[in-house]
Design a protein around this ligand. Structure first.
Ligand code: SAM
Length: 408
């Protein structure tokens, strides 16, 4: 038998694929088949809860019995995902007889097709065959993925998809500070950028990885007041995109959580510049999480409210009903709340929130400089002042704060 394989990519959309076996291997293989649009028929007396959920949702057809040779009829491809070699051999024999390609998880050499280790990078799919050694193929695949993500390997993907095309803007959520907490898509677009307009709170370490020819605009250094600066940022986004460059607006956390992402989107749309949004991990949830505070917890908090404290309670510009928030039992995550913390805590107490409600302040969450100050709704403003807490910080209010002792 020749060791030379002929690589192919299969169009499985609407085509039947038979999967035999309902354990861990099938659980890993089936989602990719479904993603490719295959009509999956799964034969196995037992299945994992994940596969059962797919069957219950009508995403695949489960036949809860043992394999019969006629199951192969009508299939374009067979995936054998059982450990029992005799049972697997019976499936591949039935497939061979009907000239249907068959992948064997138990013994790849005994199959008539192999599945490669795969990395998808935007429109590009890289499939690696390691000459029968899955560790080799996976190691190589991982190295290729890393190189694609940091831009060392260029994919030419910009022309192929709307996000990343020349003359367009992507509003990318950079995550809360830890450079590993940007999304895969965000990182990929950043590596493809010609211009990066970065926020003060965007993870700085990501900027270190930019190619030397990338124009970096530090939005925090734009020398006007906040309103004017936003206009200037909008102008730069539109201007650079009109020069035919791909612009990434890199923002801290999520672009739409107190990030003015909507305004930038509107400015691009008004100027006729194609724009896309890549959501990010918001500090409102991630900073408490890395401090060991889950913002919801069964039996403790069934609601979480993310609120901005940039204007104090009672201020004519405030859109927040602090007294109503004082009525809640769940978790409040206050962003930009340090300056008016005393007034915010008082308004919540006035609204009915008990003075002994636990509060944590997570400063510079997810970064190496992260620190956490604990207190109560009565004491937290004084605690913060004493500890010299500085922005950026998330103030977490509610009983979930007590869980930190258990989960940190
Ligand atoms: C203008 S808002 C932007 C929020 C951002 N869009 C997000 O989703 O995280 C800035 C505020 O976010 C919070 N923040 C951002 N990064 C933070 C971090 N690493 N640790 C704690 N708070 C952070 C602080 O309350 C800060 O004042």
């Amino acid at each position: 038998m020749s060791d030379v394989l002929y690589p192919l990519a299969l169009r499985l959309d609407g085509r039947r694929v038979l999967v035999v076996g309902g354990g861990a291997v099938a659980t890993r293989r089936v989602p990719a088949l479904l993603d490719a649009g295959a009509q999956v028929v799964l034969v196995s007396p037992e299945v994992t809860p994940a596969l059962r959920a797919l069957a219950d949702a009508g995403r695949l057809r489960w036949l809860p019995r043992r394999f019969e040779a006629s199951d192969v009829d009508g299939a374009w491809l067979v995936q054998v995902a059982v450990d029992d070699r005799l049972a697997a051999a019976a499936v591949s024999a039935a497939a061979l007889e009907r000239r249907v390609f068959c992948v064997r998880a138990d013994d790849r050499v005994a199959g008539t097709a192999w599945t490669p280790a795969v990395v998808r990078h935007g429109p590009v799919t890289v499939a690696v065959l390691g000459g029968g050694d899955p560790r080799r193929s996976m190691a190589l695949r991982d190295a290729i993925r890393a190189a694609l993500l940091d831009g060392t390997l260029g994919g030419g993907e910009r022309e192929a998809e709307p996000a990343g095309r020349r003359g367009s803007v992507a509003l990318v959520g950079g995550g809360p500070g830890d450079p590993e907490l940007i999304t895969v898509r965000g990182r990929r677009l950043l590596a493809a950028a010609d211009v990066v307009v970065a926020d003060r709170l965007a993870p700085g370490a990501l900027l270190d990885e930019l190619r030397p020819d990338v124009e970096l605009v530090d939005a925090s250094k734009i020398p006007y007041g906040p309103a004017k600066a936003q206009e200037e940022i909008n102008r730069i986004l539109v201007d650079r995109a009109r020069q035919g460059r791909f612009v990434v607006r890199l923002k801290g956390g999520d672009p739409y959580v107190f990030g003015r992402g909507g305004e930038e989107l509107a400015a691009c749309l008004a100027a006729g510049v194609p724009v896309s949004v890549v959501p990010g991990v918001t500090s409102a949830v991630a900073a408490p999480a890395t401090a060991g505070i889950p913002v919801t917890h069964r039996g403790v908090a069934h609601e979480v409210v993310i609120v901005s404290g940039h204007v104090p309670p009672g201020h004519p510009d405030s859109l927040v009903d602090w007294r109503a928030l004082g009525q809640l039992r769940g978790t409040l995550c206050v962003l930009m709340g340090l300056k008016h913390l005393d007034a915010i805590a008082a308004a919540l107490r006035d609204g009915g929130r008990p003075a002994d409600t636990p509060v944590a302040i997570v400063q510079e969450g997810t970064t190496a400089a992260q620190r956490v100050i604990r207190g109560t709704l009565a004491s937290i403003a004084a605690d913060a002042a004493r500890a010299g807490v500085r922005p950026p910080a998330v103030v977490v209010i509610g009983d979930v704060v007590r869980l930190q002792d258990r989960y940190e």
